[in-house]
Ligand binder design. Structure first.
Ligand code: 6PG
Length: 473
């Protein structure tokens, strides 16, 4: 008797179709189904040797699978996931595994996991990063859910994931919604990385660099500390010409950014957990402001400010921008990992932060050489509470900071908005300030609301109140 197919895949959009091809190419048998019969036919036909089994119904897909069944959903986050799950529920048996590979909100994943558990089913929220090419050739995969699922899924996940220095870019992240949570933070970091590169591009433009020079600069940076997928594609994008006009393609692309929500989710979660992710916050805000095109156009002729032109010696400016970008990136990652650490402690997830940095070295959008340093920092005998304090980063920030400050000061003087770089530097300065101005804030709170304060010369926890003079009038 046929032992059944290794895995089923539902949802044959760009990501699902390419994942099916990837799974097949690693020697696993895969059944596929989609609401659209054409998508099923196209997907099955895309494997010339006919090894991908196209199913004409969800029942046929379920019936084709070996047990415990493994069914991977690659449908849009939100209601479509619930709809497919409700179709699957009556067809599955205890111990079967449903994997959601979309960008689902981790709280939805936890709700679904609890619901499926009442039916004896196992639910895995798996973050998948890497876009179309990653799905086909090797994504980074961040699966959460019951630990028991790892033994069932590991062979397939490890075979299809990207590799970084010989290691597959997948580990079991943790229970419940941990996988989707980590993917959400990945995306928050992705937003900040992209914004920081965008600000660097703006500062290059302001200094009169043309796109070919910018492209060469990014390509050169991609051989050093900043080596990463996003720097690499930026260099490639900047060399691209528009076939219609012959202009650099970036010059004809509208300056209005889209966003699907994962960056905003990260901010909301960080705010709820009282963790500062100001570089990501600046990145999300910048996308929002970018989308307000009409308002910006109107304001551009009404609000006064400098010309936005920077007059700086080219070589020195490029070096300063490099350091400003690198230092800001360190802060942004320190904030992202602070969020992961805080949530892990709060929820008892026991996230392995070093392992997460390690699987982000390949396949995913934020893949970067720099992540090796984070893995090393967490592997040390004395891992830092905040990555800024990892010895390698302490040194890098000491080395880069005067250029970082100079680049931001120049931008501010010229009137070029650099919100993520500025937020990163402000965090760095606030974090290293032993005594900040919150004493005054506490006095104000005590003044208007008798909220009390602690004193510098008494033990923490003791509350003091001053009988403030009354405000007249
Ligand atoms: C990835 C990406 C991917 C997608 C984002 C884009 O890791 O492969 O993050 O998930 O590109 O959802 O998000 P925005 O549309 O919000 O930029």
């Amino acid at each position: 008797m046929n032992k059944g197919r290794d895995i089923g895949l539902i949802g044959l959009g760009v990501m699902g179709r390419n994942l099916a091809l990837n799974i097949d190419s690693r020697g696993f048998s895969v059944s596929v189904w989609d609401q659209s019969p054409e998508a099923v036919t196209r997907s099955a036909a895309s494997q010339p040797e006919g090894r991908i089994t196209g199913c004409d119904s969800i029942q046929a897909l379920v019936a084709s699978l070996a047990r415990p069944r493994k069914i991977w959903l690659m449908v849009n986050a939100g209601a479509p996931v619930d709809e497919v799950i409700s179709q699957l529920l009556p067809l599955l048996d205890a111990d079967d595994i449903v994997i959601d590979g979309g960008n689902s909100l981790f709280k939805d994943t936890e709700r679904r996991a609890a619901h499926l558990a009442t039916h004896g089913l196992r639910f895995v929220g798996a973050g998948v990063s890497g876009g179309e090419e990653g799905a086909r050739k090797g994504p980074a995969i961040m699966p959460g859910g019951p630990a028991s699922t790892w033994a069932d899924l590991r062979p397939i996940f490890e075979a299809i994931a990207a590799q970084a220095e010989g290691q597959p870019c997948v580990v079991h992240i943790g229970p419940g919604g941990a996988g989707h949570y980590v993917k959400m933070v990945h995306n928050g970091i992705e937003y900040a990385d992209m914004q920081l590169i965008g600000e660097t591009y703006a500062l290059m433009s302001a200094a009169g660099m043309d796109t070919d020079v910018m492209a060469r600069t990014f390509a050169h940076w991609n051989t050093g500390d900043l080596r990463s997928y996003l720097i690499d594609i930026t260099a490639r994008i900047l060399t691209q010409r528009d076939p219609d006009t012959g202009a650099p393609i970036v010059d004809v692309i509208q300056d209005r950014a889209g966003q699907k929500g994962t960056g905003q989710w990260t901010l909301v979660n960080a705010a709820e957990s009282a963790v500062v992710v100001s570089a990501m916050g600046a990145a999300v805000d910048a996308r929002v402001l970018s989308s307000m095109k009409a308002a910006r156009m109107a304001a551009s002729s009404q609000l006064a400010g400098p010309t936005g032109r920077i007059d700086a010696p080219a070589d020195r400016w490029v070096d300063q921008l490099h350091d400003a970008l690198y230092a800001s990136k360190i802060v942004s990652y320190a904030q992202g990992f602070d969020l992961l650490r805080t949530t892990s402690e709060r929820r008892g997830w026991e996230l392995d932060l070093g392992a997460i940095a390690s699987i982000w070295r390949g396949g995913c959008i934020i893949r970067a050489q720099f992540l090796n340093r984070i893995t090393e920092a967490y592997a040390s005998d004395n891992p830092p509470a905040n990555l800024l304090l990892a010895p390698g980063f302490v040194q890098a920030l000491a080395r880069t900071q005067s250029a970082w400050r100079e680049a931001i000061a120049t931008a501010v003087r010229a009137g070029v908005a650099v919100p993520a770089m500025s937020a990163a530097l402000a965090y760095y300065d606030a974090y290293r300030t032993a005594r900040g101005p919150a004493n005054l804030l506490q006095a104000q709170r005590d003044f208007f609301g008798a909220h009390t304060y602690e004193r510098v010369d008494r033990p923490a926890g003791q509350a003091f109140h001053t009988a403030w003079p009354e405000v007249q009038g």
